[in-house]
Design a protein around this ligand. Structure first.
Ligand SMILES: Cc1cc2nc3c(=O)[nH]c(=O)nc-3n(C[C@H](O)[C@H](O)[C@H](O)COP(=O)(O)OP(=O)(O)OC[C@H]3O[C@@H](n4cnc5c(N)ncnc54)[C@H](O)[C@@H]3O)c2cc1C
Length: 389
């Protein structure tokens, strides 16, 4: 792997740094009206959807430039580049890969302009890891599909403008992977009901989930993404995007800095925790794992740049990433000692209760996008060549 930047890439990075100097103050200096100004500036500079084609108003950037962009943004603790997280992370990429020209022209600029908020309809009451067993039905009736069934654990459905929904269009397919299609359904279509599910996390996560019911929901055929029955291929591609976008080395590095700070101010056996051999070993182990995650990400990028298969690498990254997240949170809570009982808002909370949030919010990273067991199955079968589960 050679990750030295070319002259053009260095010029791109320097131009980007100049732009960020002008438009991105450090977090503590960001005014209340900072976010809309930031989104306007990054949209004008075509940094939102930076690697998406220029024809659909994306940035037309290369993969390597996108990597540089991501590193520079994370190093400066930049906020998200746009508002529609799901649209930017996997609905947009799926549209670019499988959508018709009309669909791309209609949906992609809306995602980039932050006019939409997509949610993802995969899981069902009896269907999670074994996603291909999904039962939500879509029957063809002239130029429309009629959708019946329900989806569960749908993040952000209560804010969403549209649902990227997997349905069964063939009730008797040759295999469970056949006969699945993907529909892009506006949330205000008659027959859709969104029922929030409260969870116990006591963080912002408590408001995240919903069950979505479909009763005779009529969806025009032109809202189908890809061919009828091609849904499984679309979903495999989208899930890789979901898994790889979850992997963020720089955020772990920032987390590690905070752990060092916490160890400086915590005490073990009456002495600063940072002087304790066990604590130092743990910090070194986390640092080593972050470096391994970074190198793994670079290997995946290098394979992608050379046009080689990199898809299964996303599962490695996701697994490694979620293990680190949980390990850092557990370690921080251990360092806090009995103060780890206090959440944000309490005077006794350490670091404003941020580690309690990490300690409770792990399901987003660990379970969302496929559980660790499922990632291990993918790694075993596709990277190690072991027999199928
Ligand atoms: C924060 C969060 C956000 C989510 N957002 C969404 C969303 O927006 N849209 C959506 O559609 N879904 C969403 N989900 C649902 C998520 O995708 C599923 O929870 C996940 O895929 C697991 O499915 P399940 O809950 O049915 O568990 P199950 O599939 O029933 O799994 C239960 C346990 O069995 C294990 N297991 C299952 N199959 C195997 C196997 N073959 N080999 C080994 N072990 C196995 C699993 O690892 C797990 O430990 C979200 C979940 C969370 C936690």
């Amino acid at each position: 792997m050679d990750f030295d930047l070319t002259k053009e890439e260095e010029a791109f990075r320097d131009d980007l740094r100049g732009f960020l100097d002008e438009h991105l103050p450090p977090p503590e200096e960001r005014a209340p009206d900072f976010l809309p100004k930031w989104w306007k500036a990054v949209r004008e500079k075509r940094l939102i959807g930076f690697a998406w084609p220029k024809q659909v108003t994306g940035g037309g950037g290369s993969l390597m430039e996108q990597f540089i962009l991501k590193e520079e943004l994370l190093a400066r603790k930049a906020p998200m580049l746009g508002r529609d997280v799901t649209g930017l992370s996997w609905v947009g990429p799926a549209l670019i890969q499988f959508g018709t020209d009309e669909q791309k022209q209609k949906y992609i600029p809306e995602i980039l302009d932050g006019k939409t908020m997509w949610c993802t309809g995969y899981s069902e009451p009896d269907v999670g890891s074994d996603l291909a067993s999904l039962q939500c039905r879509a029957e063809r009736d002239g130029d429309e599909y009629v959708v019946n069934g329900s989806k569960i654990w749908i993040s952000l459905a209560h804010f969403a403008t549209g649902i990227y929904n997997l349905v069964r269009t063939d009730p008797n397919p040759p295999t469970k992977y056949d006969g699945i299609s993907c529909l892009l359904i506006p949330m205000d279509t008659p027959g859709i009901e969104v029922v929030p599910i409260k969870n116990m996390s006591m963080t912002g996560m408590a408001e995240i989930f919903n069950q979505v019911f479909f009763k005779d929901v009529r969806v025009p055929v032109e809202r189908r993404l890809g061919d009828e029955g091609e849904g499984w291929a679309i979903i495999c591609s989208a899930l890789q995007n979901e898994r790889s976008s979850i992997t963020e080395v720089m955020r772990h590095s920032q987390r590690l800095e905070s752990l060092y700070e916490l160890a400086r101010h915590s005490r073990v056996n009456g002495r600063p925790a940072l002087e304790d051999a066990g604590v130092r070993r743990k910090l070194a182990s986390i640092e080593t794992q972050i470096e391994a995650l970074r190198l793994g990400g670079m290997r995946a990028l290098s394979r992608q740049l050379r046009g080689l298969d990199h898809q299964s690498q996303a599962s490695l990254g996701k697994l490694h990433n979620c293990n680190l997240l949980v390990e850092c949170a557990d370690f921080a809570l251990e360092l806090e000692g009995s103060a780890n009982q206090y959440m944000a808002g309490s005077e006794a909370a350490v670091d404003d209760g941020r580690w309690q949030v990490d300690g409770l919010a792990w399901p987003v990273t660990v379970v969302g996008g496929g559980t660790p067991n499922i990632q291990k199955n993918i790694i075993a079968e596709r990277i190690l060549g072991l027999p199928k589960d």
